[in-house]
Every structure is written in structure tokens, then in C-alpha cells.
Design a protein around this ligand. Structure first.
Ligand code: ADP
Ligand code: MG
Length: 681
């Protein structure tokens, strides 16, 4: 049950305008016609003029007004690409790929030719490319190779309101470039109306506003808080589907992640099955970052006549992607965000309440093509009194090790004077410096070392890149790049269908023969697959996801290229597992944990209780000492991808980080108290 409230989203649209859409003959003609119906189109000339007149321009417009797909094309048509590429950054990989695909269709060119995209581990561009969509993280990496970005004539930092870590860094770097490259144009585009902050930061750059078209949106709140928002979301979606006339609009549900989306998809399938033939078909379309590309396209397909579409999306549909035809939005009010605690050095993914700004963006998705309805699965009291106005920018809630390393390799070694829009907490900066020092990437003056320079070449977390650089010493680079690649795969490698879990789990155990840890199990999976000449059948037989494996192989190929470039010899150690574990420890010593009496673990340096994730091969063996790849907070503090180590390695490998006393109380090998400290003296 919901309580209603009316809000006006803005100006009404002349219905005629919609009808006036030309009925184009070919699909491409229709695309071209569609371009002219977008809200940005009437402003094409004035926008081009503004770009010509100003070096930096802030662009603000509703989601769906055509900023991302149209503005780069306008600039291309106006000749900007004669002097260099137009780069348009996106915080999300999916958005970069799908928008590039769309624009290549509109321009009637092959994707990867004139229009391309670049995301981590995937470069779909060529010499012909003039419009390049890329993740903000990729442009940041391009800075390392081309500090003046001379191959670009225009850089558009899109979705600036998302304030990702990379976007915030780009702001600072691009602001610097603009000073010594008067020919480069910077566009900062954003969906929110809080453009003044961007303008202030860029020395009062002018703001170009694209007036939106919005229809009124009816907001509904629940009377009491929902105990189970996933269930409430499903029930609400079904109620809308059954009670509202079909064909009058699709449903968009905001969920927090892939797992939740898959659960919702399954339950919706089951429940619609029993609805009978009187109820129209419900087409279920998931969309999230790791969804395979060909399935992503499905969400943009027109809903079949008489049916209704329900889109189950992560935050990606909040502003990054526009799906036409949405009339109903279901907003449980949660988002999954990464948080970092500089005190403990722990990173965790948490599901937290969204901000008011997000809630408003979500609601707005329903009012793009006609009056919409938004169902908030929380109370009006919560909205008005409990939600924050804006989300905390990523730079203030993340591990900065990566950033500090990238900036240091760009020659910016004093982060305290770097021109941040919102500065990171100094505690987090110090923590990053401390870790990079312990990893050997920086010396005690904060300068980049030889090891650090090599590490910076890898598009990976510093701990992972340190592990690779250390493999030179342990003579196991061939194995380590496989492990690093397998750890970098977006989706799970193991396939565990609900009706065959026992089979799948047995198949998985085969890779753990000899009580190896998760890292070596991943290595085994890859090597066995390689022995079958990368057979698809082998993957099916062993409950391995072929798609993940192919991605792993691609990533491995790229890492191999970088390893060669930084002159790490590619050698295999053929079976010395201790060398491999030590090498992993070289990168992950700060992620060590010790077994406690009750089967849980405690991290060594900053005591925190953690548990081995049930998907780990070591979750029953419970070795005394482990290092882990990551900590995720779901129902518990779980560590994932775990390997057993010997505690003395910690002191041997990371003497700046551990003292003997940190590792001394270990059962049989117990050292007398004080001895560690004495030996240090
Ligand atoms: P903005 O960046 O202002 O939010 P976009 O340029 O992304 O707007 O979208 C403009 C229009 O282009 C959308 O309303 C939608 O109709 C269409 N569109 C954008 N991306 C895609 C896509 N990947 N597939 C199909 N249509 C798309
Ligand atoms: Mg956009």
C-alpha cells in the first residue's frame, strides 16, 4: 500500500511534437530522424558556438536529452576531429560500450572504426577512430603515456555528477592541461542541477543548460518501512503489471547488484508463469555492469506489442543509460557502494540508503515520455528526514593507493597541493603512502622507486601489480600472471546452477587437489583448460564459465605484454608452490589473517574479525595463517580468494610492515614473548 504525492518534474511537452516524428523508411533514416527529436537538438548551433567561444564548458541536461550520444557527433560534424579525437569519458564500462554501439549505428559506421570505445582490458578503436568513448579510468591511464593528451582535440567528462575517483582526478589533470594547451576543449557534462560547483572549480566556466522535457511524476511511498525490499519490489512490479493496462509503459526496478537481479529475475519468472493467459506477457530484462554484451542490447529493444517489459537494473540506469518507454519506477532506496576504512585499511562493499539526489534521478526515469509513477519502497519520513542530500564522492570513501601511485608516476608527488574539487581525507592519503612504501613502490621520501615505476604500468590494484613485479624474484611470472588475470575476471569462473549445486561443487573440488588455496586452484583451472586447447566442452563438463575463461585469457595476454615491456622475464617455476605463495604474499601481506579458536580469523595489523567465504576451497580446512585477495561485507565480513601462508614469511617479505611480535604466538612454533622485539634491537 502506498501514499501518494504529486510532484511536477518540469515543463509539459507538446504532444504534437511526438506525433510529428517522421515515419522514416529505413532503420537508419529513422535513427537520423530520432536524433532530431532529442532535447539537445534545437540547441545544436548555440552549443557549438559556446564550445568555440570557451575553452571549458559545463553542460547540464536531463538524462536522455542526448548529451552523451549527440554532442560528440555535433563536434565531429563541426570539424573538431580534424585536429584530434573527441574523447568522451564514462564512469561505467557498460555505458561506454553501449553508447559507442549506438553512436556507430547513428553514424552508420562499424563499431571500432570511426566510433570506438576503450575499457580496461578491451580496446575497440583503430587509427580511424575519431569519437572515442572510454571509461574515466582509461583516460587516466592514457595520461601516463601521453601527459598532454595531444591525440585529443576535445575531452568530454561525462556523467560528472557521479564523482567517481577517476573523474575527480581527471578534473584536476585536465584543468592543468587546459592551461598549456589552449587548443584543447573541455566539456564537463552532468545530469544534476548542481552545476555551479563544477563551474566554480573550473574558474567560473560558463554553464550551458539544455532544457529538459519532463512530465509529472506521481510519487508513492510505503506507509511503513519494508522489511524485505527485494520481495516488496517484486510484489510491486507484479501488481503494476496486473493492474495497469498493458502496453502503456514499462517498469524499471532499481536493485543493488547482479545477485539480487538474478534472484528477482527467477522469482518473477516463476510467479508470472502461474498468472494464466489473460495477463499479458512480462519480458524480464536484467542490466548490470557484468552482463554479457549481447544481452545488454536486449534492454534497448522495443517491447513486443501487447507485452510489458520489466527492467531490473543496478544504479547504471539512474543516469548512465536511458531506456525508452519506462513509465513505472520501483525504487527500494538502496545502492551498493565501496567503502574504505583508512584506520583498519579494510575495504568493503556495503548496501546503503541512496541520497535524495539519487532518489530524484530514479523517479525522473519514469517521466521521460509521458506522465510517470514512482514507487518508493520506503516512507516519506525516510525520504525527508533520513536520506542524505548527496552521496559521498568516491574520493572520500576509497582506498587511494592506486591513485597515489598513478599521480606519483605523473610527477605529482605532493597530493596535499593537488587541486582536488573535494580533497580526500588526509588519513586515507597517509595510509596509501604507507602501503606503497611497504610494497616498495615509493621510497621514504615518497618518490617512485624502480619497482613502483613497473607497478604503475599495470592497470591493476597496486597489491596485484606488486605480486606480478615480485614474480621476477620468485621465478614464477608465468604462473603469477595467470593468477592475476583470473583474479581480474569480472564474473565468477565457477558455474553453480541451482539445480546442480552438488555436481558443481564436486567438479570444483577437483581443482583443489593437494589442499591448494584458491589462487592455485584458479591457476589449475586455467592450465587444465589450456591443455584442452581452450575447449568449450571441457568448460561445460567441469562447471566452468567459458565466457569468464575467455576474458581471463584476454587479460592474461595483455598482462603478458606489459610484463615483457617492463622487462620481467616470463618463466615458469613448474610446481614450486611455496614460491607462488610467497609471491602472492609479496603483494598481499597487508591482507593477512590468523585463525582464532572459534573458526573465525583476525586480521593481523588492525584486528578485525573476518570469515573465509563459503565459496573458498579453504573454508573447511581453516589453515592457521592466510592471505586473502579481498574482503567483502555481505551477511558477514567475508574474505575471498584465500591462500595459506607461513607467518614468518610476513616478516621476511614485509619487514617494514611486520615485526616478529606480530606473528610470534603461533602454537607449536610459539616464540617467547619479547624475543621478537629483542631481535629487532
Ligand atoms: P544523455 O546523455 O543526455 O542522458 P543519451 O545521449 O545517452 O542522453 O541518450 C539519448 C537517447 O539516445 C536516449 O533517449 C535513447 O533513446 C537513445 N540511446 C542512448 N543510448 C542508447 C543505446 N545504447 N541503445 C539504444 N538507444 C540509445
Ligand atoms: Mg549520458
Amino acid at each position: 500500500e502506498f501514499i501518494q504525492e504529486q510532484v511536477m518534474g518540469g515543463v509539459d511537452v507538446d504532444e504534437e511534437e511526438e506525433r510529428e516524428r517522421s515515419i522514416a523508411k529505413s532503420a537508419h533514416e529513422k535513427l537520423l530522424a530520432d536524433r532530431k527529436t532529442l532535447p539537445v537538438y534545437p540547441y545544436r548551433e548555440s552549443l557549438l558556438k559556446a564550445v568555440e567561444d570557451h575553452q571549458v564548458l559545463i553542460i547540464v541536461g536531463e538524462t536522455g536529452s542526448g548529451k552523451t550520444t549527440q554532442i560528440p557527433q555535433y563536434l565531429h560534424e563541426a570539424g573538431y576531429t580534424k585536429r584530434g579525437m573527441i574523447g568522451c569519458t564514462q564512469p561505467r564500462r557498460v555505458a561506454a560500450m553501449s553508447v559507442a554501439a549506438r553512436v556507430s549505428q547513428e553514424m552508420n559506421v562499424k563499431l571500432g572504426h570511426e566510433v570506438g570505445y576503450a575499457i580496461r582490458f578491451e580496446d575497440c578503436t583503430c587509427e580511424k577512430t575519431v569519437i572515442k568513448y572510454l571509461t574515466d579510468g582509461m583516460l587516466l591511464r592514457e595520461f601516463l603515456g601521453e601527459p598532454d593528451l595531444k591525440s585529443y582535440s576535445v575531452v568530454m567528462v561525462d556523467e560528472a555528477h557521479e564523482r567517481t575517483l577517476s573523474t575527480d582526478l581527471l578534473f584536476g589533470l585536465l584543468k592543468q592541461i587546459a592551461r598549456f594547451r589552449p587548443d584543447i576543449k573541455l566539456l564537463i557534462s552532468s545530469a544534476t542541477l548542481d552545476a555551479e560547483k563544477f563551474s566554480d572549480y573550473f574558474d567560473c566556466a560558463p554553464i550551458f543548460r539544455i532544457p529538459g522535457r519532463r512530465f509529472p511524476v506521481e510519487i508513492n511511498y510505503t506507509k511503513v518501512p519494508e522489511a524485505d525490499y527485494l520481495d516488496a519490489a517484486i510484489v510491486t512490479a507484479l501488481q503494476i503489471h496486473v493492474n495497469e493496462p498493458a502496453g502503456d509503459g514499462d517498469i524499471l526496478v532499481f536493485l543493488t547488484g547482479q545477485e539480487e537481479i538474478e534472484t528477482a529475475q527467477e522469482i518473477l519468472k516463476q510467479r508470472t508463469h502461474g498468472l494464466g493467459s489473460k495477463i499479458p506477457e512480462l519480458v524480464i530484462c536484467p542490466i548490470y555492469a557484468n552482463l554479457p554484451t549481447e544481452l545488454q542490447a536486449k534492454v534497448f529493444e522495443a517491447t513486443p506489442q501487447g507485452a510489458r517489459k520489466v527492467v531490473l537494473a543496478t544504479n547504471i540506469a539512474e543516469t548512465s543509460l536511458t531506456i525508452d518507454g519506462i513509465k513505472y519506477v520501483i525504487d527500494p532506496g538502496f545502492v551498493k557502494m565501496n567503502f574504505y576504512d583508512p584506520r583498519t585499511g579494510m575495504e568493503s562493499l556495503k548496501i546503503i540508503p541512496i541520497s535524495k539526489a539519487s532518489a530524484n534521478q530514479r523517479a525522473g526515469r519514469s517521466g521521460r515520455t509521458g506522465p510517470g509513477k514512482c514507487f518508493r519502497l520506503y516512507t516519506a519520513y525516510t525520504y525527508y528526514n533520513e536520506l542524505d542530500d548527496n552521496s559521498v564522492p568516491e574520493i572520500q570513501r576509497t582506498n587511494l593507493a592506486n591513485v597515489v601511485l598513478s599521480l606519483t608516476s605523473l610527477g605529482i608527488d605532493d597530493l596535499l597541493t593537488f587541486d582536488f574539487m573535494d580533497p580526500p581525507p588526509s588519513e586515507a592519503v597517509l595510509k596509501a603512502l604507507e602501503l606503497l612504501f611497504a610494497l616498495g613502490a615509493l621510497n621514504k621520501y615518497g618518490e617512485l622507486t624502480k619497482v613502483g615505476r613497473k607497478m604503475a604500468e599495470f592497470p591493476l590494484d597496486p597489491m596485484l601489480s606488486k605480486m606480478i613485479v615480485a614474480s621476477d624474484k620468485y621465478k614464477c611470472s608465468d604462473e603469477i600472471i595467470t593468477i592475476a588475470a583470473m583474479l581480474s575476471i569480472e564474473n565468477s569462473v565457477f558455474y553453480r546452477p541451482k539445480n546442480k549445486q552438488v555436481h558443481a561443487d564436486n567438479a570444483r573440488l577437483n581443482f583443489y587437489t593437494g589442499n591448494v588455496g584458491d589462487h592455485v586452484a584458479l591457476l589449475n583451472v586455467y592450465n587444465l583448460w589450456k591443455e584442452t586447447n581452450f575447449s568449450a566442452q571441457w568448460c561445460y563438463d567441469n562447471y566452468i564459465q567459458l565466457r569468464s575463461m575467455k576474458q581471463g585469457r584476454d587479460i592474461r595476454d595483455q598482462l603478458k605484454g606489459i610484463v615483457e615491456r617492463v622487462e620481467i622475464e616470463l618463466v615458469s617455476n613448474s610446481g614450486d608452490l611455496d614460491a607462488i605463495y610467497k609471491c602472492i604474499t609479496s603483494g598481499y601481506f597487508s591482507h593477512s589473517a590468523k585463525l582464532q579458536k572459534n573458526g573465525c580469523y583476525r586480521s593481523v595489523k588492525h584486528p578485525q574479525t573476518v570469515y573465509i567465504h563459503p565459496s573458498s576451497g579453504l573454508c573447511e580446512a581453516l589453515p592457521r595463517w592466510v592471505v586473502y585477495h579481498e574482503l567483502v561485507l555481505t551477511t558477514k565480513e567475508y574474505v575471498r580468494q584465500v591462500s595459506e601462508i607461513k607467518p614468518e614469511w610476513l616478516v621476511e617479505i614485509a619487514p617494514h610492515y611486520y615485526e616478529l611480535k606480530d606473528v610470534e604466538d603461533l602454537g607449536s612454533k610459539k616464540l617467547p614473548r619479547g624475543k621478537g622485539r629483542a631481535s629487532k634491537l
